[in-house]
Design a protein around this ligand. Structure first.
Ligand code: GMT
Length: 380
C-alpha cells in the first residue's frame, strides 16, 4: 500500500505513534509518505520506502494567522496524486482530519483517497470537547472513512462527547527490541554516581502531566530513603515551576532536568521506577515505554492508564494528586528489591503480550484493508 501519514511532528505521543507506525509499515513492505510541517522527530531515516513531504507555508501580510490546515490539505492532495496514495492516515483529529477530508474532496474526481483518523486523547477530551471545536470535530469523525482510538477509555469518551461510535480501538505499541533494561549502560553511573536508585519522569511538562507532583513525591520519599535521585526528561511550559518547587523542597541537588531527549529508551533503560502523576492520559504511552523497560509504574488511576498498568502487579495506581499514597507506594518499591524487580518483569511481560509491534501493527494493516474494501466503489 502507499500510505500518507500526517502527525504533529515535534510534540507529543501522537507524533511518536504515527512516526513509529510509518517505520513499522515500511519494514513490512509498504510505502510511507510523511506529510507535515517539518520532519517528525522520530523519523530518523528516509529511504525509498519512507519519504517526507514538507508542507510549505506562504507568508502574506493579510494572514494574521497562517492557514496551516489549508496548506496541509493542498500538500496532501498533491502528494496523493503524485505518489498514488491509497489512503491518508492522520493522527490527532484537529486539524489533521479536516485537512485530510478537504484533500480527499478536492481530488476525488481524479482519485478517491480515504481518510483514516486516529484519535489520541486531547483532540477529544480537551480540544474537541471545547464548544468552539465540538461541531467541526464531530464533522471530522463523521466524514472520516475510518476512525480508530488508542484506548477503550478514549472510545467511550468519544461516544459520550460526540455521540459517534464507529470507532475501532487499536492501542499504542512498543517495539520490544528498542525498549529494554540497560543495566550496564554508562549513563547509569552518570545519573547515579553513588549507586543511588533512580526515579524517572518523561513528559512534555504541560499542566495536565502534573510534573510538579513528581518533585513532591520525590521530596517525601527522600526523607525516608536518601539514596535516590530523580531524572526529569522532557521540556515544556511547567519546567521552570517544577524546578522552582524542587529548590523550595530542598531536593534540587538530586533532581536532574535533562531536557528533551531523542532517545527516551536510554533513560528509561537505566532507571528503577517511573512516575506518571497525570491528571489525564488517554493511553499513557510513556508508561508503556517504561514498563517495557522493566520499570514499575507509579501513576494515577485515570483515562487509559489502567489498560496499561496493572495495579498491584506492574505498578501502583492512585487518585490524582494523592501525593501521600504515591510516595508510600514508591517507598515500598524502593525498599523491596525483589518486589521492584518482580513488578518490572511483569510490566515487560504484559507490555509485550498486549502492546508489541507484532500484536498491534497487523491490526492497523487489517483496518486499512477494511476501509479500502468499504470505499471500493468510490475508488473505482
Ligand atoms: O499531548 C497531548 O495532549 C496530545 C497527545 C500527544 O500528542 O501526546 O497525547 C495523547 O496521545 C498519546 C499517544 O497516543 C497518549 O499516550 C496520551 O495519553 C494522550 N494524552 C492525553 O490524553 C492527555
Amino acid at each position: 500500500m502507499n500510505i500518507g501519514i500526517t502527525v504533529y511532528p515535534t510534540y507529543g505521543g501522537s507524533g511518536i505513534v504515527g512516526s513509529e507506525l510509518g517505520r513499522e509499515l515500511a519494514e513490512r513492505g509498504h510505502n510511507v509518505h510523511f506529510i507535515s510541517s517539518v520532519l517528525p522527530t522520530r523519523v530518523t531515516e528516509l529511504n525509498e520506502r519512507v519519504q517526507f513531504h514538507e508542507v510549505e507555508m506562504m507568508t502574506y501580510p493579510l494572514f494574521e494567522h497562517q492557514p496551516y490546515d489549508l496548506a496541509l490539505a493542498t500538500k496532501m492532495g498533491s502528494v496523493a496524486r503524485a505518489e498514488k496514495l491509497d489512503l491518508f492516515h492522520v493522527h490527532y483529529a484537529i486539524p489533521h482530519s479536516i485537512s485530510g477530508i478537504l484533500a480527499r474532496e478536492s481530488i476525488k474526481d481524479k482519485r478517491y483517497v480515504p481518510v483514516i483518523t486516529t484519535l489520541h486523547g486531547t483532540d477529544i477530551t480537551l480540544v474537541g470537547a471545547d464548544r468552539s471545536y465540538l461541531p467541526i470535530t464531530r464533522y471530522a469523525l463523521q466524514q472520516s472513512d475510518g476512525v480508530t482510538a488508542v484506548s477503550k477509555f478514549l472510545k467511550k469518551a468519544t461516544i459520550e462527547t460526540f455521540d459517534f461510535d464507529e470507532i475501532e480501538v487499536i492501542p499504542n505499541f512498543i517495539c520490544p527490541k528498542h525498549y529494554v533494561k540497560l543495566p550496564d549502560s554508562p549513563l547509569r553511573s552518570e545519573l547515579a554516581p553513588n549507586g543511588e536508585l533512580l526515579l524517572v519522569h518523561v513528559s512534555n511538562f504541560r499542566p495536565v502531566k502534573r510534573a510538579i507532583d513528581c518533585v513532591e513525591i520525590f521530596a517525601k520519599v527522600k526523607m525516608e530513603f536518601p539514596n535516590v535521585r530523580l531524572v526529569m526528561v522532557g521540556d515544556g511550559p511547567e519546567r521552570a515551576a517544577v524546578k522552582h518547587r524542587a529548590a523550595l523542597l530542598g531536593v534540587d541537588g538530586d533532581t536532574m532536568f535533562v531536557g528533551k531527549k531523542a532517545n527516551i529508551a536510554a533513560y528509561l533503560g537505566v532507571s528503577d521506577i517511573f512516575l506518571l502523576p497525570s491528571e489525564l492520559e488517554s493511553f499513557g504511552l510513556a508508561a508503556l515505554e517504561a514498563a517495557a523497560c522493566e520499570l514499575p509504574v507509579i501513576a494515577t488511576r485515570i483515562g487509559g492508564i489502567p489498560e496499561v498498568v496493572n495495579d498491584g502487579e506492574s505498578g501502583y495506581l492512585s487518585e490524582v494528586g494523592d501525593i501521600e499514597k504515591m510516595s508510600a507506594d514508591t517507598l515500598k518499591l524502593l525498599k523491596n528489591d525483589d518486589q521492584r524487580v518482580a513488578f518490572g518483569r511483569r510490566g515487560r511481560e504484559l507490555s509485550v503480550q498486549r502492546y508489541s509491534t507484532r500484536a498491534i501493527i497487523p491490526q492497523y494493516i487489517s483496518f486499512y484493508e477494511k476501509v479500502l474494501a468499504k470505499t471500493a466503489d468510490e475508488r473505482r
